[in-house]
Design a protein around this ligand. Structure first.
Ligand SMILES: Cc1cc2nc3c(=O)[nH]c(=O)nc-3n(C[C@H](O)[C@H](O)[C@H](O)COP(=O)(O)OP(=O)(O)OC[C@H]3O[C@@H](n4cnc5c(N)ncnc54)[C@H](O)[C@@H]3O)c2cc1C
Length: 385
C-alpha cells in the first residue's frame, strides 16, 4: 500500500461519483432504485477491491483510504456507499478466509461488479443481540443444512452471494455461530419482500428465508468459535467507515446550505449576511471537523494493526449524532427549499438514522465505550463507597 495508490483511488472515486452517482441520486430516490446498476462501473473504478492485493485483482489501498472513499461516496448517496462496501467486504472476507477453490470461483466476478453480495446477521427476532440468532446449521453428510430467516440486510434485494451467520449448537450462543457462503440461485434460498426504504432505497435492504438450504463442507467460511471473533474484528472497520460516511453527508449538506445562503435574499441581504443564520454553518463545521479527527484516529489504529474497538465506537457514535443534529439544522436553514428531492437533506437525514443502527447501534457502542471504565484501586488516597 502506498500514498500514491491511495491518492489515485481517491481520484478515481471522485470521478465515479461525478459520473455514476451524483447525477442520478434524485432519480434513484424517486424511482426507489437499488444500487445494482452501479456495481459494474464501481468494479471498473476499483471500488470492489479496495482492500485486496493486486495479485487477485484488487487495488490494495490503506484502510484510511477506504474510509475516505466511503465519505466521498456517501456525500452523494449513503445507500450506494453502503451497498458497494458490503459487496467489497464479502470479497475481502472470501480472500482472507475461504478455501482457495471457493475464493477463486467468486472473486473475479465480485471484483468486477458482475456479482453483488451481502452479509447477513440480523433476524426478525435478533438484532442488537446477535448471539441470540435462531438460523440453524445442522451437519449432514458432505456439509450443512441451513434453516431460518434474515431481515434488514443491505443488498439482500439483489445479492447473488450471501455470507450467512448461523447457530450450529442450540444454546451455545456466540461459541456455536459459524459463517457460510450461500448462493441466492440455489434451491432453499427465497428472498422476502424488502421493507419500503423510501429515501435510502439504494441500500437495497431486504430479507430472505433458508429452507433446507444445503451448503457443501468447503462453503463454511468461518467455523464455530472463529466466526463471532472474526465479525467483531471486522466491525471496527465498519464502524469507522460508517462514521466517515456521516462526515461525507454533513460536508455535502454544508456546501449546499452555504451556496443557498449566499444566493437567497431575506430582509434586503443574503441569508448568509444575517449573523443568526450563518452561525449554523459554523456550528456544523466545528463538529464535522471533530468527527473527521475521530474517524482519522480510528483508521490510523486499524492501519497500524492496533486495538481500535474503543476508538471506532467513539468515532461512529460522535459522527452519527453529529450528522443527525447538523443535517436537520442545515436543512432547516434552507427553509422550505431544503425539503426538495433535488437536495440531499431528506435522503441524508434518513441515512444518518440508518447509520445509528448498522454495525452496532449507538446504545450498543456506548456500552462498549463504558467497558473501558473498569473497577480500579482508589487513587490519590480517595476511598470508594
Ligand atoms: C437499512 C439497514 C441496513 C442494514 N443492513 C444490515 C446488514 O447488511 N446485515 C445485518 O446483519 N444487519 C443489517 N441491518 C440491521 C442492523 O444491524 C440492526 O438494525 C441493528 O443491529 C439493531 O437491531 P434491531 O433493528 O433489531 O433493533 P433492536 O435490537 O430491537 O433494538 C431496538 C432499539 O433498542 C436499543 N437497544 C437494544 N438493546 C439495548 C440495550 N441492552 N440497552 C439499551 N438499548 C438497547 C437499540 O440500540 C435500538 O435503538 C441493517 C439495518 C438497516 C436499518
Amino acid at each position: 500500500m502506498t500514498i500514491q495508490a491511495d491518492e489515485q483511488q481517491l481520484e478515481r472515486t471522485r470521478e465515479f461519483v461525478r459520473v455514476q452517482v451524483a447525477p442520478d441520486a434524485s432519480r434513484r430516490w424517486s424511482e426507489r432504485q437499488t444500487s445494482e446498476e452501479v456495481h459494474l462501473a464501481a468494479g471498473s473504478a476499483g471500488l470492489l477491491g479496495l482492500q485486496l492485493p493486486a495479485s487477485v485483482g484488487g487495488v490494495g489501498v490503506s484502510f484510511a483510504c477506504k474510509a475516505q472513499v466511503a465519505a466521498i461516496l456517501a456525500q452523494a448517496d449513503f445507500g450506494v456507499a453502503m451497498s458497494l462496501i458490503n459487496t467489497h467486504n464479502v470479497a475481502e472476507q472470501l480472500f482472507r478466509l475461504a478455501a482457495p477453490g471457493l475464493a477463486q470461483r467468486y472473486l473475479p466476478d465480485l471484483l468486477a461488479g458482475r456479482l453483488s453480495a451481502c452479509t447477513a446477521l440480523t433476524e426478525p427476532s435478533a438484532g442488537s443481540d446477535f448471539a441470540a440468532i435462531q438460523t440453524q446449521a445442522v451437519a449432514v453428510p458432505g456439509g450443512w443444512r441451513l434453516d431460518g430467516a434474515k431481515t434488514w440486510i443491505t443488498n439482500a434485494l439483489h445479492a447473488d452471494l450471501v455470507v450467512v451467520y448461523a447457530q450450529t449448537r442450540v444454546g451455545a450462543g456466540a461459541a456455536g455461530i459459524a459463517a457460510f457462503v450461500v448462493q441466492a440461485q440455489r434451491a432453499g434460498f427465497k428472498r422476502s419482500p424488502g421493507p419500503a426504504m423510501g429515501p435510502v432505497s439504494t441500500i437495497g435492504a431486504g430479507g430472505f428465508e433458508l429452507q433446507g438450504y444445503l451448503c457443501r463442507e468447503d462453503e463454511m467460511l468461518s467455523p464455530p468459535g472463529e466466526a463471532f471473533k472474526d465479525i467483531l474484528g471486522a466491525i471496527n472497520g465498519a464502524r469507522t467507515y460508517v462514521g466517515a460516511m456521516c462526515c461525507g453527508m454533513v460536508s455535502e449538506g454544508l456546501q449546499v446550505a452555504s451556496a443557498w445562503g449566499h444566493a437567497r435574499q431575506a430582509f434586503g441581504k443574503p441569508l448568509h449576511g444575517h449573523q443568526g443564520w450563518r452561525w449554523c454553518l459554523a456550528d456544523a463545521a466545528i463538529e464535522l471537523e471533530a468527527a473527521q479527527l475521530l474517524v482519522a484516529r480510528a483508521a490510523e489504529l486499524i492501519d497500524a494493526g492496533r486495538d481500535a474497538q474503543s476508538a471506532s465506537a467513539k468515532a461512529k457514535v460522535f459522527a452519527t449524532r453529529m450528522a443527525q443534529k447538523h443535517l436537520a439544522a442545515l436543512m432547516h436553514a434552507m427553509g422550505a427549499e431544503g425539503l426538495g428531492e433535488n437536495y440531499p437533506f431528506v435522503r441524508h437525514l434518513a441515512s444518518a438514522q440508518v447509520a445509528g443502527l448498522v454495525d452496532g447501534s449507538t446504545e450498543m457502542l456506548l456500552e462498549r465505550i463504558a467497558k473501558d471504565f473498569k473497577a480500579t484501586a482508589s487513587s490519590q488516597g480517595r476511598t470508594t463507597p
